[in-house]
Design a protein around this ligand. Structure first.
Ligand code: SF4
Length: 344
């Protein structure tokens, strides 16, 4: 029988499992700390367990781990990691250093079914959902490689997190749990293409993280073309879901807006965006499109981006133009797929 992966268990499940092996319940907290806070990848490292207990765990259990296949560093310091999963599928995570922040962008699926036209990940379709421990293991693996504290987590890598709802929620619980990875909920952001029922469900889940909506258009006509999910959940309904999302005090929803030349970058778009977002505590991230070989879209010129941003600012909407990060190693927004898609 295959050994039990302890990272696939919740803390109560871990307690039950260790008890079934004849270990005392309090050992579960110690093992949990080893797994997440100390990032142990071997039971032999767990020096506060007895020799017999470590032996039993070696016999009956295992600790999941991602295999690093490739690590690339961009000229701006952004790092992209290609990891192999147990079944041979591959995923990517991206580390973005920015002043005093070290943000890790993690994947939630192998590929993605959403098919956004500007996104390389979407081009290969969905292979499978990641397990919760595979989502969390990206953080543990990168932390181990860096030997530094990761300050922020964004669920914005490969996949639509809310299409892998249960595993994403379980992963968030581990990221936020003070006995596990202990991230502040202010430092964790989940980005969605706009799955309305799951956004509503997230609002009732009892966990708080930052919500980012990948909006990218101001009319259904344009959004239907670049984000097929809009045909199911059109802009008006998506904005209504944002308005009823239970935001904690002083929090804002982030709207991501990938800027595509002559498609969504006009003055009219900016004005429509202001009307759409009226009344929502929010900020807008303008992301100039990262062109790649063979892509059908272009990045707008600087003036168009700045004009767009100024219109938002004039309407008292916080708007930031995101600098492209890691574009030279295809690590920028919407560029993750790397070798994963061609991997048999
Ligand atoms: S932008 Fe996000 S949701 Fe859209 S295809 Fe890419 S990974 Fe999927």
């Amino acid at each position: 029988m295959k050994n039990k992966n302890l990272k696939a268990l919740t803390l109560p499940e871990l307690k039950a499992f260790l008890t079934s092996l004849g270990m005392k319940q309090y050992r579960a907290n110690q093992v949990y700390q080893w797994l997440y806070q100390k990032g142990a990848d071997s039971f032999d490292d767990m020096t506060n367990l007895s020799k017999e207990e470590r032996h039993t765990l070696n016999e009956k259990a295992c600790i999941s781990n991602l295999i690093l296949v490739k690590r690339q560093t961009a000229s701006d310091g952004t790092e992209k990691y290609l990891f192999e999963l147990e079944d041979g599928n591959r995923i990517e995570s991206v580390l973005i250093p920015d002043e005093d922040r070290l943000t890790l962008c993690i994947s939630t699926q192998v590929g993605c079914a959403m098919g956004c036209k500007f996104c390389l990940t979407g081009k290969g379709g969905l292979k499978r959902n990641l397990e919760a421990y595979e989502i969390v293991d990206q953080v543990i693996a990168v932390r181990r490689l860096l030997n530094k504290r990761i300050t922020n987590i964004v669920l914005m890598g490969m996949g639509e997190p809310l299409a892998n709802y249960d595993n994403t929620i379980s992963a968030l619980r581990i990221l936020l749990n003070e006995k596990a990875l202990n991230f502040s909920n202010r430092k964790v952001t989940l980005s969605t293409a706009g799955l309305i029922p799951q956004i509503d469900k997230l609002g009732k889940e009892g966990i708080t993280v930052n919500l980012a909506i990948s909006l990218n258009a101001t009319t259904d006509d344009v959004r239907n073309k670049i984000m097929p999910i809009n045909k199911k959940y059109p802009i008006k309904e998506l904005i209504a879901a944002c308005k009823r999302f239970p935001l904690p005090k002083r929090r804002r929803i982030t709207f991501e807006y990938v800027m595509l030349k002559s498609i969504n970058d006009t003055k009219e778009d900016a004005e429509r965006l202001c009307r759409l977002l009226k009344g929502i505590p929010c900020k807008v991230n303008l992301i100039p499109f990262n062109e790649y070989q063979g892509c059908e879209f272009k990045k707008p010129d600087e003036e168009a981006i700045e004009r767009f941003r100024e219109i938002l600012i004039d309407h008292h909407i916080m708007a930031i133009t995101r600098k492209s990060k890691g574009a030279d190693i295809l690590a920028a927004c919407g560029q993750l797929r790397g070798e994963t898609i061609n991997n048999p």
